[in-house]
Design a binder for this molecule. Structure first.
Ligand code: I3P
Length: 106
């Protein structure tokens, strides 16, 4: 699964409140148990990662709909093994379900 997604960092590894908390628009791709981040689809096809946005390992993560987050629609939450936590906003409900299903499958 891959495509445009908005991301918000909630909790940093170790459990501290994340410092940069704004939503950012990214192009994400789930590959080999990692979510990789690109500027856009073009950069994805060139294989050029955003150097300042590290890949996230989804091994042993928890992933579910962020039903407590009311400010945006189609938002799911990812809790990583290192304790960090992110919100992701998909483009629609189907897209959100596809992300969650594939993250939980990997
Ligand atoms: C953040 C930005 C986020 C907001 C976050 C702010 O400020 O406004 O959109 O999250 O609130 O800290 P900045 O752009 O200056 O980093 P929400 O959209 O979820 O409100 P938060 O600190 O309460 O998470």
């Amino acid at each position: 699964v891959r495509g445009i997604i908005n991301r918000k960092h909630e909790i940093a590894s170790g459990g501290k409140r994340a410092e940069k908390r704004s939503w950012t628009r990214l192009y994400a791709a789930l590959q080999n148990r990692e979510i990789l981040f690109y500027k856009d689809r073009k950069q994805y096809h060139k294989g050029i990662l955003l150097y300042h946005v590290s890949p996230l390992s989804v091994t042993d993560c928890r992933c579910s709909v962020a039903s407590d987050y009311k400010k945006r629609k189609n938002v799911f939450r990812l809790r990583l093994r290192d304790g960090s936590q992110y919100l992701f906003q998909a483009t629609n409900n189907e897209d959100m379900c596809r992300w969650i299903d594939n993250i939980l499958l990997t």
